[in-house]
Design a protein around this ligand. Structure first.
Ligand code: ADP
Length: 615
């Protein structure tokens, strides 16, 4: 895509302009400066000096007499007197009559020099300061207040196409209609169909909403205006509204085109219904203007508005009604296949070894967004460079997943032996409980190398395929696995540590969701006890029930976690040998793969089976 914005001029350009202005000023000021050297003299001195033959030349003007002495550059001035004999006296002493002792500056030039230039110079310098300094950033300088600062892209060689957006097939299919429309609006007009005026792309951050909007512009080969909702919010009330007006005016001139408003929730949030809405006046006016503009143009005039948000529930209902953003295109986190495709798209830009299994990487990166996957590929490339390799390997990609999710390895975190042993037991506790239950995701890797995220170790479980539904048993097993770390510490050391804080948080979240949202408790049946806000931003649930029920829910959450914790402890006690052996092994090796883990576990079973039968 070709950015059509005015490029920032190099600083040398500004220096050149300032220098030019200074030179011009100098040029015009010279005569004035010469005038500054004029020395006032009395008329009698002037006469005396004529008589003494000291004067070289004289210029008689209507209001003054200027003269220069012999061998002296200075210009002297004296007033006009009623002296009819002056000319004779000058002739008598052979003094030259001159008309150019000093050059007159025209009144226009004087005006220019004394007024216009300083004003121009000051304006220029102010503008320079504002555009370079903080005030100018974001386009909020007084020179473009009320002007939309949308970036305009026009089709070019590097434009984004649908094929660059991996996965997201439903979204692409949905948007394909817009492309067809922009190619040939008359087909729609002829049949009397109106295109939706606005399309809202909703989904978690980094799933490719901006990319999709750009791809629509790329496919349709039309200009693309891109602006973020927060850029409308100005320092003065009313300016945001004026920016909206300006944006739509420009868009209409360039139609057919696409206007993309990112983070539309910044201006499109629900309006205040209360009387005291002063603080939000600016945002409301901006939103009202947007609504007016959307109502004002015909559906078929060739301007398509795309907007993106990850908080659709916070949008003002007026924005979502038919005739405005009436079509909603979900852009969800990619599934396994989508993740694999995204990895492949980004891997094309780097040099990789031939035998990379993207499916494994995609499975490991469960829950990752497109942006995170792009980051994983880049991290892998950086790692390859760090390690002086010419191409990215499978290992680079696997390691970079850990970097993106857990941070870099902490080289200088030195654990005591006792701590290291505890972390080994903790991690093996998770892995063992997961492996001993059915319906748990297989263990991919266990490590006790501390990470910059604060984790002292972790167990990576990887789902086999896509998982859209979870049964009650699977969720219970998940809680048991999460409590497995603490349970292992109890079984081995008889004491507990702070290492389980993250497990506790997650286990509670799962247990609470089971009871309040998934209807998985006998007592509450299928009653919703909580509402989820910001589903795409982590989905915080707020309880929607009486205080008494809330207390009852808490009791059930505790009971559920306690049951699973007890189950995990029991499992580990039963398999105490496995726990000890694998923990020791992990303690020595620091990182083991899921395969190694399963081998040790199976081998132990094979060893014990004949022993038992022998007994
Ligand atoms: P959003 O607007 O949803 O927050 P973006 O469109 O800005 O996300 O995506 C950020 C980056 O993530 C993109 O520049 C791209 O590199 C990568 N990305 C996200 N989704 C995809 C996808 N489906 N295919 C390829 N790359 C993607």
């Amino acid at each position: 895509m070709d950015e059509n914005n005015k490029q920032r001029k190099p600083i040398i350009y500004y220096y050149a302009v300032v220098m030019l202005i200074l030179c011009l000023l100098n040029l015009f000021m010279l005569p004035q400066m010469r005038q500054a050297q004029i020395v006032e003299t009395s008329y009698d001195t002037f006469i005396a000096e004529i008589n003494e033959d000291k004067i070289e030349e004289v210029e008689v003007k209507s209001n003054q007499i200027l003269f220069q002495k012999k061998g002296d550059e200075t210009v002297y001035r004296t007033g006009i007197m009623n002296d009819p004999g002056l000319t004779d006296r000058l002739l008598e002493h052979k003094i030259k009559f001159s008309s150019a002792i000093i050059e007159e500056t025209s009144p226009w030039i004087s005006l220019l020099v004394s007024w216009l230039f300083p004003i121009l110079l000051a304006t220029f310098l102010l503008r320079l300061l504002l555009s370079r300094g903080g005030m100018g950033s974001g386009g909020a300088s007084p020179f473009n207040l009320g002007k939309s600062n949308a970036r305009v892209y026009k089709g070019s060689e590097q434009e984004i196409r649908f094929k660059d957006v991996a996965g997201e097939d439903e979204a692409k299919e949905n948007l394909q209609e817009i492309v067809t429309y922009l190619h040939d609006p008359s087909r729609y007009k002829n049949i009397g169909a109106t295109m939706p005026k606005g399309i809202l792309l909703v989904g978690p951050p980094g799933t490719g909403k901006t990319m999709l909007a750009k791809a629509v512009a790329g496919e349709s080969n039309v200009p693309f205006f891109s602006i973020s909702g927060s850029e409308f919010v100005e320092m003065f009330v009313g300016m945001g509204a004026s920016k909206v007006r300006d944006l739509f005016k420009n868009a209409k001139e360039k139609a057919p085109c696409i206007v993309f408003i990112d983070e539309i929730d910044a201006i499109g949030g629900k309006r205040n219904t209360g009387a005291l809405s002063g603080a939000n006046d600016e945002r409301e006016q901006t939103l009202n203007q947007l609504l007016t503009e959307m109502d004002g143009f015909e559906g078929n005039n060739g301007v398509v508005i795309l907007a993106a948000t990850n908080r659709p529930e916070s949008l003002d209902p007026a924005l979502l009604r038919p005739g405005r953003f009436d079509r909603r295109v979900p852009v969800e986190l990619p599934d396994l296949q989508g993740r694999e495709e995204i990895l492949r798209v980004h891997a094309k830009r780097i040099k990789t070894e031939k035998n990379i299994d993207y499916n494994v990487i995609a499975r490991m990166a469960s829950g990752a967004s497109g942006a995170e996957l792009a980051n994983i590929v880049n991290e892998a490339a950086l790692r390859a460079v760090r390690e002086n390799r010419k191409a990215v390997t499978q290992k680079d990609l696997e390691e970079s997943i850990e970097v993106v999710f857990a941070g870099y390895q902490k080289k200088n975190a030195i654990l005591t032996d006792a701590e290291k042993l505890r972390v080994s037991y903790h991690e093996v506790g998770h892995a063992l409980v997961a492996a001993l239950q059915t319906d748990s995701a297989p263990v991919q890797k266990i490590t006790i190398i501390p990470r910059t995220s604060g984790a002292l170790g972790y167990t990576m479980q990887v789902e086999e395929g896509n998982h859209y539904l979870y049964t009650k048993e699977e969720l219970e097993n998940r809680i048991a696995t999460l409590t497995g770390g603490r349970a292992a510490e109890e079984v081995k050391f008889g004491t507990i540590s702070t290492g389980a804080s993250n497990d506790i948080e997650q286990a509670t979240k799962v247990a609470r969701a089971m009871i309040t949202m998934y209807g998985m408790s006998d007592d509450f049946d299928m009653t919703a006890m909580a509402t989820v806000s910001s589903r795409y931003l982590g989905g915080d649930a707020t309880l929607a029930c009486s205080d008494k029920t809330a207390a009852a829910i808490d009791a059930r959450v505790i009971r559920l976690v306690r049951q699973q914790h007890a189950k995990a402890k029991e499992l580990l006690e039963e398999h105490r040998d496995d726990l000890d052996r694998i923990s020791r092994y992990l303690y020595e090796k620091e990182t083991i793969t899921g395969e190694e883990f399963m081998n040790i576990l199976k081998k132990a079973d094979e060893d014990t089976v004949p022993a038992e039968t022998a007994d």
